[in-house]
Design a protein around this ligand. Structure first.
Ligand SMILES: NC(=O)c1ccc[n+]([C@@H]2O[C@H](COP(=O)([O-])OP(=O)(O)OC[C@H]3O[C@@H](n4cnc5c(N)ncnc54)[C@H](OP(=O)(O)O)[C@@H]3O)[C@@H](O)[C@H]2O)c1
Length: 324
């Protein structure tokens, strides 16, 4: 169950950022094929945002909802980052109502299943008027529930303390372990759902990249490597690329027969107590299918878990643990 939404979702969902922009060229037909592959594989949870391709991703998801009305889908979107400048003062009731209405139109629904504050400036997570406005949107029937997407564990803990926050979306993967310490236990205690994002560290944890891999100019893995466009933690989970490639080779050595390294990485997240759903993004239908199948793998062995901990401690921790 996805926290206080009361809705059941699959442990593997689909991240829909790739269907909007920022990941090179994902064509219209390809976008619909990725969605179809995920649904055919049984996925029932989709994560999108109003800002992904400025509504492009939401509109594809809306088309899917119309084409597959019986698929039992739960759709989470996000709001806030279309404001310019993106400042705390932008988060007013009127603005949130307008953002929500645009997402309702893009998705073609009366009531959004779940909307999330999209990594707002840190002070927003502490403001009573923001949560009051979100409660108002629930009362108005515009949204069924709300959650937050966060950059840091402190932001997550601040939001979990609020009574009506249904879910927290946070970066959690084999290269981002800090949420295991306090965030997951606090979420379990409060009954808040955890949506684990960037589960493959933007693809690094598939083990398929090397030092010579090139990404397209309009792919954030090119233009946001230094954090020039948004928080650098969203690109390769904030791990310097070459460091991540080397560490991913060691992760790949743990891959069991009959599975892929990406599936191993996803299964590790699913196994963490407190995780509700993990939302890998996919730029091709085969990826969406393979990622859904990670739910069928057996849990990792103690040896695999120990090795992942060692790789993090020796190679990754110094780059990320103190920052997010
Ligand atoms: N601030 C926020 O709230 C926020 C920020 C970031 C992400 N998100 C959400 O979280 C979702 C997931 O994060 P993400 O998409 O950034 O990163 P991710 O899931 O860690 O990485 C996605 C990338 O990994 C590669 N990949 C996926 N499945 C694969 C497989 N089976 N085998 C090999 N490679 C595979 C693909 O790279 P290639 O395209 O190179 O093949 C894909 O584009 C997003 O789609 C979005 O919904 C939210």
């Amino acid at each position: 169950m996805l926290g206080r939404t009361g809705r059941d979702v699959t442990v593997v969902g689909l991240g829909c950022w790739q269907l909007g922009a920022d990941w090179g060229d994902v064509g219209d037909e390809q976008a619909m094929e990725i969605l179809g592959a995920a649904v055919d594989a049984g996925v029932t949870f989709l994560d999108t945002a109003d800002v992904y391709g400025d509504g492009r991703s939401e509109r594809f998801v809306g088309r899917l909802l119309r084409e597959r009305p019986d698929a039992g889908l739960v759709v989470a979107t996000k709001m806030g980052r279309r404001s310019d400048p993106h400042v705390p003062e932008a988060y007013t009731l009127d603005a949130m109502r307008a953002w929500t209405d645009r997402s309702r139109e893009n998705l073609g629904v009366d009531t959004l299943d779940l909307t999330q504050l999209h990594c707002p400036p840190t002070p927003v997570y502490s403001r009573d008027d923001v949560y009051d406005a979100l409660d108002t949107l629930v009362q108005e029937g515009r949204i069924a529930a709300y959650g937050v997407s966060v950059e840091t564990v402190d932001e997550a803990l601040t939001a979990i303390a609020r009574p009506n926050v249904a879910s927290v979306q946070i970066i959690l993967n084999a290269f981002r372990r800090k949420p295991l310490e306090e965030v997951l236990p606090a979420a379990v205690e409060a009954g808040v759902g955890i949506i684990a994002r960037v589960p493959l560290a933007s693809g690094l944890l598939s083990g398929k990249f090397d030092e010579s891999t090139q990404f397209a100019a309009d792919d954030h893995r090119t233009y946001n490597r230094g954090g020039d466009a948004f928080d650098v933690g969203e690109t390769f989970a904030g791990v310097p690329y070459e460091v991540g490639v080397r560490a991913a080779r060691e992760v790949a050595a743990l891959t069991p027969d009959g599975a892929t390294t990406a599936q191993l990485a996803l299964r590790w997240i699913i196994d963490q107590p407190g995780v509700t759903t993990v939302i890998p993004g996919a730029s091709r239908p085969e990826q969406a299918r393979a990622n859904a199948a990670a739910a069928d793998l057996p849990p990792l062995t103690a040896e695999q878990q120990d090795e992942l901990r060692r790789i993090y401690d020796e190679r990754i921790r110094e780059h990320v643990h103190g920052r997010w």
